[in-house]
Ligand binder design. Sequence first.
Ligand SMILES: [Zn+2]
Length: 88
Amino acid sequence: MRREYASPYISDLPMAKIGVECDRCWMRRRYVKAALLARIGDQNLPDLLPKFARAEGCTFTANVFTDRCRLRYDDESRIPKPPPKDPP
Ligand SMILES: [Zn+2]
């Protein structure tokens, strides 16, 4: 599949479930990755957050400049960073 963005996609995540959390509205959700892919297809992860927030009814999503929704992927649902390289 052709990718429009360089940022990671759902299929890049190694875990079976994807967790999101918002510290504004205290929303927490876990999505089964396979079910998500079947339902909405492979999508760019940053773009997906506002869609999740809207779908789950976060009241802060509509705010553009201030007091925005702070939905993010939880600590277990990030792409593991490569280990730091040894300094030369
Ligand atoms: Zn929120």
